[in-house]
Design a protein around this ligand. Structure first.
Ligand SMILES: [Zn+2]
Ligand SMILES: [Zn+2]
Length: 439
């Protein structure tokens, strides 16, 4: 069974995943059934002029469109990591256990059976402490406050809390990697720190940055390479529109997957600066109980909160993976030939809300529709849907042409021809030197 098609259908509202005009979860404005049938048929049959003037308002609500973001100019450091991201979610029991660990540390009293209560009290605690998040420098240990770059409140915790969380989180992270093209031998939370972070007013954000790579707690071997990732788990959010709005979403920028063989691979010819990084928009960080992980050195940002009353309350940690350093065909081949691990991954090997419209929307649509149209209880609906396993591959082909320079394919062709010429020349050389005789 696919581990990734499982998304808790109760985690988003029906209105968030459907077109408000036609009710379809995959409606784009162009194809919207209800809008395209509205024509002005004369004063007797049509609505009044006043109503028609109001129509554009409705049309704006049509479709399930995600506001687009620009690509970023690529630089050398963008090639220094494997572009891979993980997404996943906690069920209610696991999520409660995470909240209990944090509540034990910070709250004098709380109700361990009430998740909402624990979240609100923890949020209140971070608010009360009122420590503005600092920005570090990649090259030194100097830290400063600059609200124009980073505008949030933080409470940092130490190894004690990390240690307690590791039992739950490391297993979860390891499992999430099964749906990617990377299979770590080991996952370890960065031991000495983590943070509770609260974005709590309109405009709160963290502008585009990379995280600093810390000293690795895992030993390095000849056959493995250790890589640092950033981990964000959403604890709470005051959001009610998490697909059609990008408010508070986390954007991670990766090089485009652009070779035709379908390997998870970026290649470039000529000037690297002519290529652009693709923005991947993750709403997991504003859906309580959902998480993401991405390479710490990948450029990323937290988009500004757009409405009053919205907030974003997250648990931020770093983790390390011990990854095989050798690229083996078998390893690659196994993952490619087993798409059951991730049936809705896009052609960019990503499950963000732009890349993968299926994972969240289908689960929510089924769950919420069943709940609304029947008298079944929530538990029963969940039970019924747990038998509804998706087995069809649904791969969204992402158009990456706008992230590539116009001459990419002609430069690539030239390169291929040049290589072929060199190979021929090499062979002649070998023959002339009489190496074949010596063998
Ligand atoms: Zn529609
Ligand atoms: Zn994506």
């Amino acid at each position: 069974m696919s581990s990734l098609t499982e998304f808790g259908g109760s985690k988003l509202r029906l209105e968030e995943v459907t077109c408000l005009t036609c009710g379809d979860p995959f409606c784009t404005r162009q194809k919207c059934q209800n809008i395209s049938t509205v024509h002005y048929l004369g004063p007797e049959n049509s609505p009044t002029y006043a109503e028609i003037v109001k129509l554009p308002q409705d049309i704006k609500m049509g479709g399930v469109n995600i506001p687009g973001l620009k690509g970023l100019k690529m630089t050398q450091p963008d090639l220094n990591y494997k572009p891979v991201s993980i997404v996943g979610g906690f069920d209610e029991g696991e999520f409660r256990n995470v909240l209990k660990i944090l509540s034990d540390k910070y709250l004098p009293d709380y109700n361990p059976n009430d998740k909402g209560d624990m979240v609100m009290r923890l949020k209140h605690f971070v608010s009360e402490r009122n420590r503005t998040s600092v920005i570090g420098s990649l090259n030194s240990s100097v830290q400063s406050v600059d609200l124009d770059i980073r505008d949030s409140l933080s409470v940092d915790f130490n190894f004690e809390v990390v240690e307690k969380l590791s039992g739950i989180l490391e297993k979860k992270i390891m499992n999430a990697f099964k749906s990617t093209t990377v299979s770590p031998r080991e996952v370890k939370l960065h031991p000495d720190h983590g943070s509770l972070i609260l974005y709590d007013k309109k405009g709160s954000k963290f502008k585009i940055h990379r995280d600093k790579v810390l000293e690795c707690p895992l030993e390095e071997t000849m056959w493995t390479k250790n890589r640092m990732f950033s981990f964000i788990l959403c604890l709470g959010s005051g959001m009610e529109n998490r697909i059609k709005s990008n408010s508070g979403n986390t954007v991670v920028y990766f090089p485009p997957v652009n070779d035709e063989t379908g390997a998870n691979f970026f290649e470039y010819y000529g000037d690297l600066g002519k290529y652009k990084l693709v923005p991947h928009i993750f709403n997991e960080t504003v859906i309580p109980g959902e998480f993401i992980g991405f390479p710490s050195t990948a450029k990323h940002q937290s988009l500004p909160l757009e409405e009053d009353g919205e907030y974003k309350f997250i648990l931020k940690l770093d983790f390390w993976i011990k990854d095989s350093d050798v690229y083996t065909y078998m390893n690659y081949h196994d993952q490619r030939s087993n798409p059951a691990n991730n049936l809705t991954m896009s052609s960019q090997y990503c499950n963000c809300k732009v890349c993968d419209p299926y994972r969240q929307r289908l689960s929510v649509f089924k769950y919420q529709t069943l709940l609304r149209n029947t008298t079944l209880s929530e538990d029963l609906v969940k039970l019924i849907l747990s038998y509804d396993v998706i087995s069809k591959r649904m791969c969204n082909q992402i158009d990456i042409s706008k992230y590539m320079p116009d001459n990419h394919y002609s430069l690539k062709q030239e390169e291929v021809e040049r290589q072929e010429f060199e190979d021929d020349w090499d062979m002649d050389d070998r023959y002339c030197n009489g190496w074949e005789d010596e063998w």
